[in-house]
Design a protein around this ligand. Structure first.
Ligand code: ADE
Length: 220
């Protein structure tokens, strides 16, 4: 899978891409992530990417030209990419959506900033507009990282143990939440591990976990 990210702040991705599972996935060539600075696609001397909105009003609007040039450059002589626009107006991102996107060959993610994009950016390409939640962030970079993380971990080979995908919250039918987990020691300060988990009785453990999952799901 190849993912191109168009952003004004490629540096924001450094920590995310250079650590842990996402770093390992790239080293193992399970995913390739290319960062592209939107300023590199400007044609003006000052590398300006935005301008004042027609009709007045606060803030700045991202100009169409560098965005068109960036996307056209990335798609030149290549198979078409699934193109994602990160905006608070988009459709809410879900685990189901992450699964669908994890099956794509090529993705382009465009991170917005300021008061948004010139509307012609929406008209120029077939975008899948995604929001990560009903709140407004200063830009699309954090949302892009959220989407990348959720997608990459679903790619075959990225997580060591594939059964860890099978049971997790939001994957299993009916969207039940995870059951509580414990590890050693059996007693930490005054807090103990439920006896059933120490019993070695697999059927009883499975029943207990199902019950706990249901309880957590009801509470939410
Ligand atoms: N850009 C700013 N806020 C956002 C959000 N909630 N989701 C996606 N992109 C955004």
């Amino acid at each position: 899978m190849i993912i191109d990210v168009i952003t004004l702040f490629p540096q924001m991705f450094q920590g995310f891409l250079m650590e842990s599972i996402i770093h390992r996935a790239q080293k193992a060539k399970l995913v390739r992530i290319n960062l592209h600075n939107l300023r590199d696609y400007t044609l003006n001397k000052h590398r300006k990417v935005d301008d004042r909105p027609y009709g007045g009003g606060p803030g700045m609007v991202l100009s169409p030209e560098p965005i068109f040039r960036a996307v056209e450059h990335l798609e030149k002589n290549k198979s078409r990419s699934h193109k994602i626009l990160l905006t608070p107006q988009g459709k809410r991102f879900t685990q189901t959506k992450a699964k669908k996107l994890s099956q794509e060959k090529r993705l382009i993610l465009l991170c917005g900033h300021y008061e948004g994009f010139d509307e012609r950016v929406r008209q120029g390409f077939d975008w899948d507009e995604i929001s990560i939640g009903d709140y407004v962030l200063t830009g699309g970079e954090l949302p892009a990282m959220v989407v990348l993380d959720a997608i990459i971990r679903l790619r075959p080979g990225v997580l060591g143990n594939p059964t860890s995908l099978k049971d997790e919250s939001f994957s299993i039918k009916g969207k039940q939440l995870d059951y509580p987990q414990y590890t050693r020691p059996p007693k930490f300060r005054e807090l103990t591990v439920p006896d059933v988990l120490l019993s070695g009785h697999h059927q009883a453990i499975s029943k207990w976990r199902q019950k706990q999952s249901r309880k957590r799901t009801r509470k939410q």
